[in-house]
Design a protein around this ligand. Structure first.
Ligand SMILES: Nc1ncnc2c1ncn2[C@@H]1O[C@H](COP(=O)(O)OP(=O)(O)O)[C@@H](O)[C@H]1O
Ligand SMILES: [Mg+2]
Length: 229
């Protein structure tokens, strides 16, 4: 599902953000990417959605070669991936329904299918009753549920999340993680970058740790990571 071999990435300012990263993720896995601020987590995440291209090394996602990929093929890659960011990136003047519907429309879903799918996926994240609200009328946790619904709507095989609980309190974070777990149990692969130790410790999933751009730990059934990371 994800095959990354000996990947390097240096930014134009000379910062080596990723250094010789090799990582394989199979279908259905739940993988935490952990590490201190600046360790390279977001760079890795952006690489998986082809926002950033490796300087060297190989990278395949869902069978597609992201190094050789042409710009016009990027939308096909992204259709198979649901992305969740820390800062929600919602359309704040539009309803919860529209936020999810727009995402489906741009990927070419038919109106008929959108009408069926949007309530279904909002129900899944516990927002079945809030379709008509705008994000402004929702709490931070509810807003993040909308982004989860939006990410899930197109039935992606992978959900990629960059610090999805970064702006949430512990209780709300736990609720979001419950949804993530359910999504994973239903078969969706999850890659989640975070530095929330409590969450990583409590979920006991695979933990990949980065430090200064290097992969320093890859532990199945993780459950903890070293403070020094
Ligand atoms: N667009 C950029 N230009 C230059 N340096 C960057 C850029 N984005 C990130 N960096 C640097 O690359 C390193 C890794 O950053 P990042 O991947 O954002 O780490 P993390 O998400 O783990 O905090 C940091 O040193 C950061 O300052
Ligand atoms: Mg980051």
């Amino acid at each position: 599902m994800i095959e990354m071999q000996h990947v390097y990435k240096m930014y134009p300012n000379g910062v080596e953000a990723l250094s010789d990263i090799s990582l394989t993720v199979e279908k259905g896995e739940f993988v935490f990417i952990v590490g201190a601020s600046g360790a390279g987590k977001s760079t890795l995440i952006k690489m998986l959605i082809r926002e950033i291209v490796p300087d060297s090394g190989t990278l395949k996602v869902n069978g597609r070669d992201l190094v050789k990929m042409k710009r016009r093929d990027i939308p096909y890659l992204r259709r198979g991936i649901g992305v969740v960011f820390q800062d929600f990136r919602l359309l704040f003047d539009h309803s919860v329904y529209d936020n999810v519907a727009f995402a489906l429309r741009v990927t070419g879903y038919l109106d008929r299918d959108i009408k069926k799918r949007v309530p279904e996926v909002l129900e899944m994240v516990g927002l079945g009753e809030r379709l008509k609200c705008t994000p402004r009328e929702l709490s931070g946790g509810e807003q993040q549920r909308v982004t989860l619904a939006r990410a899930l709507a197109g039935m992606p095989s992978i959900i990629i999340a960059d610090e999805p609980t970064g702006n949430l309190d512990p209780k709300t974070s736990a609720e979001i993680m419950d949804i993530m777990k359910t999504i994973n149990i239903r078969g969706t692969t999850i890659i989640m970058a975070t530095h929330a130790k409590d969450i990583v410790n409590s979920l006991r999933q695979r933990v990949v740790a980065l430090r200064k751009g290097c992969l320093v730990q890859d532990k199945a059934g993780g459950g903890y990571f070293n403070e020094d990371h």
